[in-house]
Design a protein around this ligand. Sequence first.
Ligand SMILES: Cc1cc2nc3c(=O)[nH]c(=O)nc-3n(C[C@H](O)[C@H](O)[C@H](O)COP(=O)(O)OP(=O)(O)OC[C@H]3O[C@@H](n4cnc5c(N)ncnc54)[C@H](O)[C@@H]3O)c2cc1C
Length: 351
Amino acid sequence: MDERDVVIVGAGPAGASAGFFLKEERPDIDVLMIDRLDEGKYSRYHRMCGEAISRAAFKDLAPLGPTNVVNRITRMREEWPGGRVVEAKAVGYILDRPAFLKGVLDRYRGRGGELIHDAVERVSSVGKGTLLTMTSGRSVLARNLVAADGANSVIRRTLFTEAPPIMIWTEQHIVKRKVREDTITFLQAERYKGFYRWEFPSGENARIGFPRGVDSLAGEEVLETHRRPIPMGGLRTLVKGNVLLTGDAGALTNPLTAGGIRVAMLSGRRAAEAVLWGDPSSYQRWWDRSPFSSGTFMRAFRKLESMSDLEYEEASRGLNANPLSLAWGYLTRPHLREIYGAYGPSGRYGW
Ligand SMILES: Cc1cc2nc3c(=O)[nH]c(=O)nc-3n(C[C@H](O)[C@H](O)[C@H](O)COP(=O)(O)OP(=O)(O)OC[C@H]3O[C@@H](n4cnc5c(N)ncnc54)[C@H](O)[C@@H]3O)c2cc1C
């Protein structure tokens, strides 16, 4: 029986980060990473993303820095029902995400980390750890298991009882259209039911996404289309024995902004540290106290989900780049406090 100190299932942002930080901190640790997708499919899968990440994210992830930058973002633009447009400073990047992840994985492998392509099909707890069986028939016993296997995590479904609090099916299209290359744009409206439509630059093209089936792209030249769910809101339990759920496997994506790359990578890092300390439950404590898990975001999402276009319009009047206007909105429109209260934190921790 193949037996490993640490097995990471999934080589996306959460898994790549967990592997990188395990090997960065302890090059001699025995780590096996498993991803079901070969190189071509992996690239396509990981392009299904707005690929936006804030500059602040890299403070949490040092020594990893922003590489494979396609666009430098300086502004965020929001279009609200009634025609109000709010623009604010927002500093970050659009990455070539598959290339960025490949760079992180190369550094992991450069320190002796192992990555194999196989799909984990069955998972069971055994005395000393967790037994994983793969499509190829190969099995491995993980003394510590980092679950980074995304929205439909087989590890979460098998070993944990909770489902993601929110699961939104989205579609994203890469379209041949030039948009402002330094700006990420969000369209807010009742029809998105708490979510939004995004229009991000992507080199010479744009990435446009929204909840599945809500908008049409008539008249656009669509180059590529992807459909996927985003699990959001965070599970209450992320650790069971030596099994740790990270990133989308734990539904850690922010329920208001749907930003998930930063929190996936940070959770991978914190899970790696908890494993190295021999204290998996410290990972749960980190999450429970972290600003990323604040209930503010979920309350704002639930409020937006129930609002009409008229109420959206009213809410937008309290929003502009001046923080005082936010405070004024908070004080004078108590029925919209969930939204004004979440606005600042979502800029700091939402992407
Ligand atoms: C349309 C869309 C746009 C988005 N835009 C943004 C954005 O602009 N900014 C942002 O911050 N976030 C964005 N997100 C969210 C972000 O993409 C996710 O939160 C992030 O990818 C989560 O990373 P992860 O590593 O947890 O999971 P994933 O990225 O889903 O990676 C999981 C990995 O696990 C592998 N895997 C799955 N099951 C198995 C198995 N059984 N065996 C072996 N391997 C397995 C998969 O092949 C995959 O490589 C977006 C999401 C969507 C759907």
